[in-house]
Design a protein. Structure first.
Length: 533
């Protein structure tokens, strides 16, 4: 069943229209085919070189025979027969001696029966090789040659070649190459091989000299069948390689479509549908278990979706909290305004005071919200620099000491130790100003605020402890919630200060918690990353 499912996945992938990326991958994979195709062009050049070598070999043999028969006079026929007989078929070239009357004097093919020799490696030589051409009859070879034949029929003019049976049908050797040799020059011609062979025969003719007169002609002929046969087989092998390369290219493209383009297309559709017009986030990104870049991308997108979902939830929750915080003072103002015309005297003054109190509350909330959003913006665009936290706190304390000159700061740190944190100065100021402000507001008269700096392998630890009443039991975690405050509203608290501190500390890869001591509250800050990113 699993095999059938995998097979259907492959079929579906192959039937799916290729994307632009799949098309580029396919084109790139098809480059595998270019090299074998280019070798076809080289084969034509290779064939010409082989034919030139064969022709030169025939010319050299004819020259040797001509030199051996030079100035032999009337003994030329006997001498020629003796020389050709002594060859005993050790050459593939057919050698004939032609008289001035264009009659055959002697023919090497009639002097001996073809036989095996060490030089022939078990092959029989004859004037025309009669072996069957199996490779050229194969379907693959005809398929490979089809575009070449079409090209040659359209763009290549036919060559006017004679047939090899030209000398078999007549007893007179009156070919162009014979006439040229009788005139004392070298002659060569190409003719189609007889017997239905798909090859050609090369003819070369050189004069045999008697003094300064031509006495006879040496005619050397040899079929190109064996060369062409090897080339045919090579072309067939190359075409098989091309077919295999094409198959591999399509398979690689199919694999790429399954493992690259199809997952990317799926992720694209999921990204387009994950946030509809309403703005809420729905659905999830598919998780590909592959350890390649596609798998990493899917996991990164899902992580991004989770963070975006948390941000949307934060915005919605923050909006609900703001709405709730504004709703109460607005409701108080509305009620007071509605009752104000109906009251006189002290009651009217009280209503006016209630309106003023709620307006101040709204003003504080507005300013706190602006400050809150300003901090978020700084966190997104800040340039972090190294800050000595102990020195920063010592410089900040005098301004708070003016508010509560009766309180004392007790700073504890190790000598010759740098308490560095890479951050933004304004944000560090907000952390300490909120914590010191809370400590001073809860400290009794003449109280002390203890600040201790310590370093350990895990990072930097700071504790700020006051001598106040501490945190009410069960509210240790609530104090970091937005708009939560254990103070009465008359004290001017908005409940955003500690929430803002927590956001900044966590943005600096730290943590904050509050502990109740025997006397007072202790805020503990830990920064795990004290160097610049």
């Amino acid at each position: 069943m699993n095999r059938f499912k995998r097979f259907m996945v492959w079929v579906t992938a192959l039937r799916t229209p290729l994307s632009s990326l799949s098309q580029r991958i396919l084109l790139f994979n098809l480059l595998l085919v270019f090299l074998p195709i280019a070798s076809f062009i080289y084969l034509d050049l290779y064939e010409k070189q082989l034919l030139e070598v064969q022709e030169k070999s025939m010319v050299q043999q004819a020259r040797l025979i001509g030199a051996s028969l030079k100035d032999t006079g009337k003994t030329l026929p006997d001498r020629a027969k003796q020389i050709l007989t002594n060859l005993e078929g050790a050459t593939e070239t057919r050698l004939r001696i032609i008289s001035l009357s264009k009659k055959l004097i002697v023919d090497s093919s009639t002097l001996y029966e073809p036989k095996h020799t060490p030089l022939t490696k078990g092959r029989k030589y004859s004037s025309i090789d009669e072996e069957e051409d199996d490779s050229r009859d194969s379907f693959l070879y005809r398929l490979a040659l089809m575009p070449i034949k079409i090209y040659r029929r359209i763009f290549t003019a036919p060559l006017p070649v004679d047939t090899e049976s030209y000398y078999s049908s007549t007893g007179l050797y009156d070919g162009w190459e014979i006439r040229t040799a009788l005139e004392g020059q070298y002659g060569a011609v190409t003719r189609l091989s007889g017997g239905g062979q798909q090859s050609v025969t090369l003819y070369t003719a050189l004069p045999i000299w008697e003094g300064d007169q031509v006495a006879a002609v040496v005619l050397a002929s040899q079929s190109t069948y064996r060369i062409l046969q090897n080339l045919y087989e090579l072309r067939l092998d190359l075409f098989k390689i091309i077919l295999l390369s094409s198959l591999v290219a399509f398979l690689l493209t199919a694999i790429s479509a399954l493992t690259i383009t199809k997952p990317l297309t799926k992720l694209t559709h999921e990204a387009a549908s994950i946030i509809p017009a309403r703005g809420s986030i729905r659905g999830k990104f598919s998780q590909f278990l592959l350890k390649d870049e596609v798998g990493k991308l899917s996991r990164s997108l899902e992580d991004l979706r989770n963070r975006l979902e948390k941000h949307v939830q934060f915005v919605e929750s923050f909006g609900a909290d703001v709405n709730h915080e504004f709703k109460n003072p607005l409701a108080g103002i509305k009620s007071a305004v509605e009752l104000l015309p109906q009251t006189t005297g002290d009651n009217q003054v009280k209503l006016q005071g209630l309106i003023e109190q709620n307006l101040k509350r709204l003003t504080r909330l507005t300013e706190a919200l602006q400050d809150y959003s300003r901090v978020d913006k700084i966190l997104e665009t800040e340039q972090r620099t190294p800050i000595r936290l102990d020195q920063f706190l010592e410089e900040l304390w005098p301004s708070y000491n003016l508010i509560r000159p009766d309180c004392q700061l007790v700073l504890s740190k190790q000598e010759n130790e740098d308490y560095l944190l890479y951050g933004q100065e304004d944000l560090i100021h907000r952390i300490f100003s909120n914590l010191l402000g809370n400590a001073l507001s809860y400290s009794p008269e003449g109280g002390k605020i203890y600040v201790e700096f310590t370093k350990n392998p895990n990072g930097l630890r700071i504790t700020i402890t006051d001598e106040g009443p501490g945190i009410p039991s069960g509210e240790e975690h609530k104090i970091f919630q937005r708009f939560y405050s254990s103070r009465k509203d008359t004290q001017g608290a908005t409940g955003l200060g500690l929430s803002m501190v927590k956001n900044i500390v966590e943005a600096y890869e730290g943590s904050i918690r509050v502990l109740n001591r025997e006397k007072g509250a202790c805020f503990e800050l830990t920064f795990y990353q004290t160097r610049g990113a």
